[in-house]
Design a binder for this molecule. Structure first.
Ligand SMILES: C[S@@+](CC[C@H](N)C(=O)[O-])C[C@H]1O[C@@H](n2cnc3c(N)ncnc32)[C@H](O)[C@@H]1O
Length: 324
């Protein structure tokens, strides 16, 4: 039992090791079209900047998803049922979590999973202060790789995966399918409640990922600072700029870092050359129609049981149940 008493929560720690970070970065920058995995956007500063993005005027997903939850969380909680273990993937600041935990009937435990360790621990502590009788079991892990859930978890309790923030959109459809399949296994075919961003006007989309306050640009550039700090690299942060474009064919907003000039960057003892205007592809954010998303979820074992949206049909929260 957590019974909040001010002592630190027990963290299950599978933090990404520096060698793995280095290997991923070097492999991405050796590609003909340079790319970096978006998960590395989230060091402590990156997580703070993501929180600031959520507050940006042009970034509609967070306030839209919160609006849907405020309206319909009691219905979502009833659909999930009593006694559930809630495993939140990419929990970040656990901003939306209380909206689900409040109306849930006797949740058995809350397991926030995130790659950004300090931010995860701080968020888990805030949740544990607020839900003092709920066992809180934070796990620092890269959820794209297999990881063990805490041993203390009741094996018999029904499990639901909570995956808000349209983080599913950061994966290609085939990666998303693998992730949903893993969630099927990790929840024993329980349920998933997840935020899926919907297709809409290109202007609205591009503005959301290149906000007028410049926060998303700072978030993207911070990835280079993360690499400089942890991997002994010398990216000149002023020599790259942020770009966000909608790729119609693949129905996704792509974020890139664009080299402003010809330059050479060193990471440890490796060097990488950049041409003027050459880009590093740093993040995707796929946008779905409800039909396309249902098609994607089915081979992973899931059926869409219910969809909640907003008045503009900008965003959806979907409940997936085992497709038996
Ligand atoms: C788009 S943010 C969403 C945050 C929060 N769920 C929300 O709705 O506001 C993505 C979150 O997932 C985490 N994340 C991204 N890739 C991850 C990975 N491969 N493994 C674990 N956490 C990851 C990030 O650290 C970040 O907190």
């Amino acid at each position: 039992m957590n019974k909040y008493d001010g002592t630190p929560l027990e963290l299950t720690d599978f933090s990404v090791e520096t060698d793995v970070f280095r290997r991923d970065v070097v492999a991405g920058l050796r590609n003909r079209a340079k790319s970096l995995p978006s998960k590395y956007l989230y060091d402590k500063r990156g997580s703070e900047l993501f929180d600031a993005i959520c507050e940006a005027r042009d970034y509609y997903p967070t306030r839209t998803e919160i609006g849907i939850m405020k309206r319909s969380a009691p219905e979502m909680a009833r659909a999930i049922g009593p006694g559930a273990v809630v495993i939140e993937y990419g929990s970040g600041s656990s901003l939306k979590t209380p909206l689900l935990l409040e109306p849930l009937e006797k949740p058995a435990a809350y397991v926030p999973v995130d790659i950004s360790r300090e931010h995860l621990v701080e968020a888990a502590e805030r949740i544990s202060e607020r839900f003092q009788d709920l066992p809180i079991m934070p796990v620092c892990a890269d959820f794209t790789r297999p990881f063990d859930l805490p041993e203390a978890l009741n094996a018999k309790a029904p499990r639901t995966a909570f995956f808000p923030g349209s983080t599913i959109g950061n994966f290609t459809p085939s990666q998303a399918q693998t992730l949903l399949r893993n969630m099927y296994d990790e929840t024993n075919g329980g349920s998933v409640l997840l935020g899926v961003d919907l297709k809409k006007d290109v202007d609205v989309l591009e503005r959301a990922y290149d906000d007028s306050e410049g926060v998303t640009a700072e978030f993207n550039i911070n990835l280079l600072e993360h690499i400089n700090r942890e991997l002994d690299a010398d990216f000149d942060l002023d020599a790259f700029e942020h770009r966000a474009v909608f790729n119609e064919e693949l129905s996704r907003v792509e974020m890139h870092l664009v080299s402003k000039k010809r330059q050479v960057v060193t990471i440890g003892d490796e060097t990488f050359s950049f041409e003027p205007d050459e880009t590093i592809h740093t993040e995707n954010s796929h946008k779905y129609t409800p039909e396309k998303f249902a098609e994607l979820a089915k081979p992973a074992g899931w059926r869409v049981a219910k969809i909640w949206t907003d008045e503009k049909n900008y965003f959806s929260i979907q409940l997936l149940v085992a497709d038996k």
